[in-house]
Design a protein around this ligand. Structure first.
Ligand code: SF4
Length: 279
C-alpha cells in the first residue's frame, strides 16, 4: 500500500525542521506497510502543535480538548472495538493537563495506542516549561532556568502497568516506523514516547543525536521488567526502542463480557411481586 493513501493533501504548517514531520511520515508508512484500511483507523489528537496530525491524516480523526486524548480514545474504542484507535498527544497535553488519565489507561490495558510528541516544551504557546523539560533549561516561563525535577514518562508507564512501553526519536524515521508497527500489532495499551525536537523553542537535535542508542543493538529482552526499569533510568545515554512488552487481558474483553455474559452468569430478572411484598 502507498503511504500517500493517508495524505489529506493539506500542506503541513509546522516550522521547517520540526520533528512532527518525521512522526507523520513514520505513521503513514507504518500503516501502509501493515496494509491497514484508512477507514478502520481513528486518530485522536489533543491541543498543541501535534494536534494538526488530525488534519494531515486521511483517516477518521477527532481533535479534542486539552489533555483529553485518552478519555476520548477509550470511549471510542469501547463503542467501536474494531477500530484501530491511535491517540496523539504532546508532553504538555499528556503529562501536564492530561496526566490524570495516563496511568489509568495503562493499568486498564485498553487496546489503544498513545504516541506522545515529547519535545520537552510547550511549542504552540511559544516556549514554556513542561513536565519533561530538563533542569536548568531557560524557557519563556523559566527565565532563570527550570528548577523542577522532570518527569520520566517511561518509568511512569512501567510503574502503571503498561504492557507495551517504547521510546522513539524523530531523527530516526525508519526506526520510529518499526516501533509504530510493533505498537499497532500489540494487543493492549501501547505507549511510545517520541523525542521530537522543537527547532524553534528548544532544539535538541544535536544533543539527542549524540546520546541516543538503539536497544535492539544491545540484545535487550523486552520481557525483563527489572532491566527495563534500569534502562529507563539512564541519563548519560538515551536508549530508544521497546523497553517492555508482555501480554495481558485487555479491558475490552472484560467490558464486552460484562455486557454480554454467558447464559450461566446472567442474572434472573427480578420478580417484581416479591419486591412489592416487602412494603
Ligand atoms: Fe514544531 Fe516547535 Fe514549530 Fe511547534 S513551535 S511546529 S513543535 S518547531
Amino acid at each position: 500500500m502507498d503511504p500517500s493513501i493517508f495524505d489529506t493533501g493539506k500542506r503541513p504548517v509546522w516550522c521547517p525542521g520540526c520533528g512532527n514531520y518525521s512522526i507523520l511520515l513514520a505513521l503513514r508508512k507504518a500503516l501502509a506497510e501493515l496494509e491497514i484500511n484508512p477507514e478502520r483507523v481513528m486518530i485522536v489528537t489533543g491541543i498543541g502543535c501535534h494536534g494538526r496530525m488530525s488534519e494531515y491524516m486521511k483517516t477518521n480523526t477527532f481533535h479534542t480538548i486539552h489533555g483529553r486524548v485518552l478519555p476520548l480514545a477509550t470511549g471510542i474504542k469501547l463503542a467501536n472495538p474494531d477500530l484501530l484507535v491511535i491517540g496523539h498527544s504532546g508532553d504538555g497535553d499528556a503529562y501536564a493537563i492530561g496526566m490524570g488519565h495516563f496511568p489509568h489507561a495503562a493499568r486498564r490495558n485498553i487496546d489503544i495506542k498513545l504516541i506522545v510528541h515529547d519535545n520537552m516544551i510547550f511549542g504552540l504557546t511559544t516556549g514554556q516549561v513542561t513536565p519533561t523539560t530538563p533542569i536548568g533549561v531557560k524557557t519563556r516561563s523559566t527565565p532563570f532556568g527550570n528548577f523542577e525535577q522532570p518527569l520520566n514518562p517511561i518509568l511512569l508507564a512501567l510503574a502503571s502497568g503498561a504492557t507495551f512501553v517504547a521510546r522513539g526519536f524523530s531523527g530516526e524515521v525508519e526506526h520510529l516506523k518499526e516501533l509504530f508497527k510493533e505498537a499497532i500489532k500489540h494487543r493492549g495499551f501501547a505507549f511510545i514516547d517520541v523525542l521530537q525536537p522543537c527547532v524553534t523553542f528548544y532544539n535538541t537535535y544535536t544533543i539527542l543525536r549524540q546520546k541516543v542508542y538503539k536497544l535492539e543493538d544491545t540484545g535487550h529482552d523486552p520481557t525483563d521488567f527489572e532491566r527495563a526499569v534500569k534502562l529507563a533510568s539512564e541519563t548519560e545515554r538515551i536508549p530508544i526502542g521497546i523497553f517492555y512488552r508482555i501480554n495481558r487481558p485487555i479491558l475490552e474483553d472484560a467490558f464486552l463480557h460484562a455486557m454480554n455474559p454467558p447464559p450461566a452468569l446472567r442474572q434472573k430478572p427480578a420478580d417484581i411481586r416479591k419486591i412489592l411484598e416487602r412494603f
